[in-house]
Structure formats: C-alpha cells, structure tokens
Ligand binder design. Structure first.
Ligand code: AKG
Length: 307
C-alpha cells in the first residue's frame, strides 16, 4: 500500500538512491481521452483505450484527470463514486480493477470524483497487475484560481483536499502521484524523489490560459530538478465544454527532455521508459551530492545592504 508522510518532511530532503526497479525498460500508455456527459460511455471508452494501450505493449497505463465526468463543480457530486463501498456502486473504479487484472498491467487510473461520507475528493486510484488497489491519491492542492477575464475556478466549492502524498511500489517501479494543480508544488516532487521514485504521474487538465505557458514547463522542471521521469495525461479538448482542457499529454525524461507528446485531440501515446537513464543523468549531473542542504533554511540568511 501507499506510504504515509508527514508534511514537515517535505523540506528539501536529500534524495535516496531509487531502489532497483522490477523492470528497467517498459512501455507506458498515456490515454488522452474525450470525456462526455455520458458516464457509461466514458467508462466503456476508457476501457477500450486501456486495452488498445495494452495491445501495443504498454505495461503501465495512465488516464486523465476526471475522465468519467465533465470537469465542473455541478458534475462532481453527480458522477462521484464511493470507492470504499465495493462493486456496483463504483463502476469506474471496478472497471479499472478488472482491466488491470485481465490485461495484467499496472494502471494509474487518472482521477474521478470520489464520495466518502459527507466529503468529495478528486481521487486517483492505482491498481496492480492482479487488479488490487495499490494506493489512492486524493488531490492535495485544490484548484482555486482567479485570473479575471481568463479563468476562474474554485474546486474547494465542492471538493475537500487530500491529506497525504502517495508513493506506490508497482511492477513497473516506484511511482509518486500528483493530480494537476499538485504539479505546481515542487516540494511534493522533491519528496517523491527523496523517497526513491522513478516516475511521477500527474493526471491533469490544464486550461487554455495556463496550459500554453506552464504545462510543459512545470513537467520539465519537475523532471529536470529531480532527475526522474514525469508522465502527464489530460482529457482531449472539447471546445464546447464548460472547461476547455489544454491536452498535450506528455512523457518527460530525467534530463528534462520531452520523450513523447501530442496535441489536443484524442490520442494514445505508447512510449518506452528506460530507467537506466535516471542513473546516467544523476552521474552526469550529480546534484544529489552537490546539494547544500545545510543552507536551505529560512533562518540565518546573510543580508547585505547597500547604502
Ligand atoms: O494549475 C493550473 O494552471 C491548472 C490546474 C488545474 O486545471 C487543475 O488542478 O484542475
């Protein structure tokens, strides 16, 4: 199951050598899916995409943020699933578990609105090759932004923030998970690197304002700073939707290099991940041992003033 962290640990810790992964090379599929108001169609559509990714050799499939529902505060309560209640009541969750088991792949299941008691969360479930739930990440940083005339969104109107970072050991390596806005908070990626993650998966739905400027920049920054793989997966763009997604699902390597990407239409990217590149880049640029962890504190800063 997922490890539990204390938030105070997230202050620039020294990264661990990542563990030897169970496989050093494998294929990942990023399924950039169209999402409609028809939940059953979304589930069947995602199931077909997962199967297509697996048929092209993917051992890991990543889905988009909120792939079973339109992205809106009105929709979240309607499409939410109580994933703790078991089969039947949680068709999206059950489909992912069944697909992982029958195709014998690992699935980082994008995210869906989750209902738990009186609360709703934006939740990513991670399934192992036997279909078991390996971890559950509830979005930590809610997307509450206001850029007047461009985009205003307040997830906290309906959603509750998760309380713990999530890192999972799978058949395809150690994976840290963040959802969309979580990518902006570098401390989370630093923490995952410190805990030996090989790959960070961020299901995300950036938008037409922040997407062009920040989406790729943030992914490449998280990958280059932490010298690990970053994979993102967005819904396809629907220009008639209330929230218009940027698209551009991407795989970035540990040198900050874009390995594979796409535009905004539906697409299934299947690409190889080679974990030996992590060690290569960490020996090319030995940031871990050069880090001045003794200096990065918000006390004892030497101030020099000019008159
Ligand atoms: O950070 C951004 O610009 C977009 C984030 C977002 O769309 C989300 O968290 O759902």
């Amino acid at each position: 199951m997922a490890s539990v962290f204390k938030p105070e640990e997230a202050r620039f810790p020294t990264a661990l050598q990542p563990p030897v992964p169970p496989v050093s090379k494998f294929k990942i599929a990023l399924c950039q899916l169209s999402v409609t108001a028809d939940k059953s169609r979304n589930i069947a559509h995602a199931r077909r995409a997962i199967e297509e990714g697996a048929s092209k050799g993917a051992q890991l499939v990543l889905l988009p943020e909120i792939w079973n529902s339109p992205y809106s505060n009105e929709s979240f309560p309607v499409y939410a699933e109580d994933i703790e209640s078991g089969d039947g009541a949680a068709p999206s969750y059950s489909m992912l578990s069944e697909a992982a088991r029958s195709l014998k792949i690992t699935i980082v299941g994008g995210s869906i609105p989750e209902r738990s008691g009186d609360h709703l969360y934006n939740t990513c479930c991670i399934f192992g090759t036997d279909g078991s739930l390996k971890g559950k990440h509830r979005k930590l940083h809610l997307f509450d932004i206001d850029i007047p005339g461009k985009i205003t969104f307040k997830e906290s109107k309906t959603l509750t923030a998760g309380q713990q970072p999530t890192i999972v050991d799978t058949d395809v390596g150690r994976i840290g998970v963040g959802i969309c806005y979580d990518i902006r908070f570098q401390e989370l990626a630093v923490l995952y690197a410190a805990r030996g993650a090989h790959l960070i998966c961020y299901p995300g739905a950036f938008n037409m304002t922040t997407g062009p400027l920040h989406w790729e920049l943030l992914q490449r920054a998280r990958a280059a700073d932490n010298q690990l793989f970053v994979a993102t997966c967005s819904p396809a763009r629907d220009a008639s939707a209330g929230y218009i997604a940027w698209g551009h699902s991407t795989l970035v390597g540990p040198f900050g290099e874009v390995i594979a990407t796409t535009e905004h239409e539906e697409a299934i990217i299947v690409e190889e991940i080679d974990y030996s590149l992590i060690e290569l880049r960490r020996s090319n640029l030995p940031l871990q041992i050069q880090r001045r962890g003794d200096l990065y504190k918000f006390v004892d800063v030497q101030r020099v003033s000019h008159h």
